[in-house]
Design a binder for this molecule. Sequence first.
Ligand code: GLY
Ligand code: MN
Ligand code: MN
Length: 443
Amino acid sequence: MNAQSRAPRRVTSKQYRPQKARRERLLAGIGEGVAVIPTATEKLRNRDTPYPYRFDSDFWYLTAFPEPDAVLVLVNGRALLFCREKDAEREVWEGFRYGPEAARAVFGFDAAFPLSALEAQLPRLLADKPALWHALGQDSENDARIARALNAVRDMSRAGVRPPALLHDLRQTLDAMRLIKDTTELALMQQAAEIAAAGHLRAMRACRPGRFEYELEAELSYEFRRRGAAGHAYTPIVAGGGNACVLHYVENDKRLPDGGLVLIDAGSEVCGYAADISRTFPVNGRFSAAQKDCYEIVLAAQAAAVAAIRPGASFDAPHVAAVRVLTQGMVDLRLLSGTVDGLVESGAYRRFYMHRTGHWLGLDVHDVGNYRQGETWIPLAPGMTLTVEPGLYIRPAPDVPKPLHDIGIRIEDDVIVTKRGCQVYTHAPRTVAEIEAVMQGRD
Ligand code: GLY
Ligand code: MN
Ligand code: MN
């Protein structure tokens, strides 16, 4: 059986209705204009060995077409795909390629062509169109291709043909679409969340003094892949003891300290969608009194932040709520002295909590979408997905009580804004009691 005859049986165009619906929405938005959306190019890791391929998120959102060397063009109410041709020889080495015909049929494009035809077709597609929609600066190869096409249209000016007079930033339109997730996206994000939570549970169960951070990373990777995720949605953080106070710690190569905490920030990727979960737990399975005090403060900050999420609330509301609880906690722990209002106002709390409480989540772990309109934070709306991730990071210092040294805690969950409020959809052990119960039950 050859690869081509297999293609239509792998998937049916019915599965790609959401992508078609998104293309139609975008087509309606661009009117008489033309949109050009390339996927990501393959990148070499070293010499002739590529990095694992990851498609461009915008292209994926509109197509679900997984191959590199592909460009989507939306024009005249139609979706055109330009992609690699079938190539029996290359397919022996690199695997199956759809080729234009199967790609059109399976993914529901109006027409599909070899990528090699794009250079010649693009000037004709742009000619006499009022506007071009393009993410300028995202992909230099595509920028150059578009510049060549515009120049080719300009060269036809004596024949009475004009290039588009307007250039729109396609990202602004697509970012706004991607900010509100549809039901297909929410289902995939929940799958990613389930798998990520299972990975965290596995890592908790595998943790004991003497093990190395990378051993827990391996448990996460194993569980993610075993359950069919593409892998990690971002480089995982497995940070024992004071390493947790380095916010982007990714070495994951130290021994886990007995009596210390370990912070894991890891999420799986499913069909392009990210989960983003952080959990912090005691390496030996039991929180010390000081660790527990700190942990309860972060947990309370998270609960306050979640309680602030509802349609119409500002994106900043969960952060404001978390900061107040954390700052009160810093006073209670004798890390800071003063009034909560004063410490929030002066920003003194930033010494121990220096990041924001969340971000949009979706195809990108730090997903697209505006956070502010001018000075005003944008209001939350149903279908938005965001993280809630308060933390406390206490580096050793003479003015810091000794039992608090090297405590770094983040508790991060993923949340959907619903019609009436919100839903936390990541379910890994979160409370002190839940974590200690899991860790006591280790083999
Ligand atoms: N894992 C990245 C973040 O929490 O923002
Ligand atoms: Mn996050
Ligand atoms: Mn995270």
